[in-house]
Design a protein around this ligand. Structure first.
Ligand SMILES: Nc1ncnc2c1ncn2[C@@H]1O[C@H](COP(=O)(O)OP(=O)(O)O)[C@@H](O)[C@H]1O
Ligand SMILES: [Mg+2]
Length: 132
């Protein structure tokens, strides 16, 4: 079905009379680093939101690892999203926020510690730091 880990096929999204995304096609290869550049309102967030499963396409298909995502809930897609703002839970430190999804997946404590610690490498200590 798909050789690309991420594939948009003719994805259209409308909000009433607003066409937020029109027949959008994109294939992202394994390991490829992709940026969506475009004017405000051009549909970037809409495309990412459909990929993550936060909203459904009006028309078209999204595939992840060759699997059609129709009806697949966000938590089953293994897609991470970092929002432009309000990215931290207000009651958690930065480290706790990063660790949260790993804890929810019941990953072992040493793995969580390693992954959270790795993010801070080369930067001021992450552990214990709070949001600004
Ligand atoms: N929930 C929504 N309800 C109505 N219109 C929306 C909604 N989300 C986005 N839009 C509209 O869809 C278009 C694309 O928006 P968006 O995907 O946020 O663009 P971008 O992220 O590129 O700035 C804009 O015209 C925006 O106003
Ligand atoms: Mg946006």
């Amino acid at each position: 079905m798909s050789g690309s880990p991420v594939r948009f096929r003719d994805v259209t999204k409308t909000f009433g009379s607003t066409v937020a995304l029109k027949a959008f096609n994109l294939d992202i290869a394994a390991g490829e680093f992709v940026m969506l550049l475009g004017a405000s309102g051009s549909g970037k967030s809409t495309a990412l939101s459909i990929l993550a499963g936060f909203s459904d396409a009006t028309f078209g298909d999204v595939y992840i690892d060759g699997k059609l995502m129709h009806g697949v809930p966000s938590e089953m897609r293994n897609v991470g999203v970092v929002f432009q703002s309000f990215a931290l839970f207000p009651h958690m430190t930065v480290a706790e926020t990063v660790a949260c999804p790993l804890r929810m997946r019941r990953r072992p404590a040493d793995e969580i510690s390693r992954k959270v610690g790795g993010i801070g490498t080369g930067a001021p200590g992450l552990a214990g730091e709070t949001q600004a």
